[in-house]
Design a binder for this molecule. Structure first.
Ligand code: PLP
Length: 407
């Protein structure tokens, strides 16, 4: 009989969003009159901007014509998009990234999940806690996580708590990890790290020979000057860091699917014989073997984001979400809650009232105010006692929810 990959059977079922849905359904059935406002989802709600839809329509016409038809494209992405990425996302900000260091993909979830393919399963991993669950679960799948303890922690993963006690700034690791995941602006806490903080991480990785996997999926929400948009703004990061970007939250591409990953040519790790090996060709080999490229249509859509109208229209959408986040921060604080995030991020992270667990607070908000969020404990042990709300609902619903909390 064939055997399955046992690592998959070690994973607990992903219970968070299904349990949220189950409780909301049960509540709505019991209280059909309740106007439930959903502020738990991490999906965007505003449509694609006009510049993108125009480009998508045009790309469909290209595909309908034998002279302009595109079949398989380059696995790592079309030059017309990569040249825009390099110019607008990096060079214009004084950052040195070359065209052959950019790999276009169908999104940051795939890339942050797949990057482990080119890394030894012997590496020790560190994550911030709470964390985007993909980093942990994909390391479990690869057999890198060890065993799961009663507290939900994996024995071979170092958890770096981010709580009110340390101002949501993770301390440098103690366990000599080989691979460190950082996501800033952070999901789920909505907090950021300053330039000075990120400099410490790059220095740590350089001194300890660690790889930094930097997820910048929420980069477009950054509004404060001291918060770097790219890890490569930090000197020396090219030798230690891979950066992941996504058009999902930046431009409403959650359904369209597109992102990219930067693997600098200087970045090297050790092979089994102790030789230094560049990661860029390994990732290229991985992608060209297992991925057949993002579609021509989506890449033409993303190209349009870099036009003058595209940039303006996207900024308008992100400003809309950020204004929702401001309304949430103010409303929550007025109602007596402590919260962080929502300044350079669509996420607001709330401290549950003293003595209440994340799930108790979930039930309380649903029952009393008909507001749905996401229990922080679903993002890791240090998320217990916290709660995530997102700014992706409409302005009207966001204002209504905050008014209810202040009634
Ligand atoms: N990284 C983080 C931190 C996220 O929160 C998300 C989506 O919620 C992703 C990556 C996934 O991005 P994409 O839609 O590009 O796969």
């Amino acid at each position: 009989m064939f055997k399955v990959n046992d690592n998959f059977t070690k994973l607990p079922s992903s219970y968070l969003f299904s349990e949220v849905a189950r409780r909301v359904r049960a509540y709505s059935e019991a209280h059909p009159e309740a106007d439930v406002i959903r502020m738990g989802i991490g999906d965007v709600t505003r449509p694609l901007c006009q510049a993108v839809t125009d480009a998508l329509h045009k790309a469909v016409d290209d595909e309908a014509n034998g002279d302009t038809f595109h079949g398989y494209g380059p696995e790592q992405g079309y030059d017309f998009l990569i040249s825009k990425i390099v110019e607008y996302d990096y060079r214009r900000h004084g950052i040195d990234v070359a065209e052959d260091e950019v790999f276009v993909s169908d999104g940051a979830k795939s890339d942050t999940g797949n990057i482990g393919d080119i890394l030894s399963t012997a590496n020790r991993v560190a994550v911030t806690d709470p964390v985007y669950p993909v980093y942990v679960d994909t390391n479990v799948m690869a057999g890198r996580a060890g065993t799961r303890g009663a507290d939900g922690r994996w024995s071979n993963i170092e958890y770096l708590p981010c709580t009110a006690e340390n101002g949501f700034v993770p301390a440098l690791p103690k366990g000599e990890p080989d691979v460190i995941y950082l996501c800033y602006p952070n999901n789920p806490t909505g907090t950021t790290l300053t330039r000075g903080e990120l400099e410490k991480w790059v220095k740590y990785c350089r001194e300890h020979g660690a790889l930094l996997l930097f997820d910048a999926a929420y980069e477009a929400f950054i509004r404060e000057d001291d918060v770097p948009h790219s890890i490569y703004e930090i000197e020396g990061a090219r030798e230690v860091a891979i950066e992941f970007r996504s058009y999902s939250k930046t431009a409403g591409f959650t359904g369209i699917r597109l992102g990219y990953t930067v693997v600098p040519k200087e970045l090297k790790g050790l092979d089994a014989e102790g030789n230094r090996v560049a990661l860029n060709p390994l990732w290229r080999r991985r992608q060209t073997t297992k991925f057949n490229g993002a579609s021509y249509l989506t890449q033409r859509g993303a190209e349009a984001l870099y036009s003058e109208e595209g940039q303006r229209q996207v900024k308008e959408t992100i400003d809309y979400y950020l204004e929702n986040a401001r309304v949430m921060r103010e409303g929550l604080r007025k109602a007596g809650y402590e919260c962080v995030g929502g300044v350079n991020s669509p996420y607001v992270w709330i401290k549950a009232p003293e003595g209440m667990s994340s799930w108790e607070f979930f039930d309380y908000l649903l029952d009393r105010y008909h507001i749905v969020g996401t229990p922080g404990s679903g993002f890791g042990p240090s998320g217990e006692g916290y709660f995530r709300l997102t700014a992706f609902n409409t302005r009207e619903n966001t204002e209504k929810a905050m008014a209810r909390l202040n009634e």
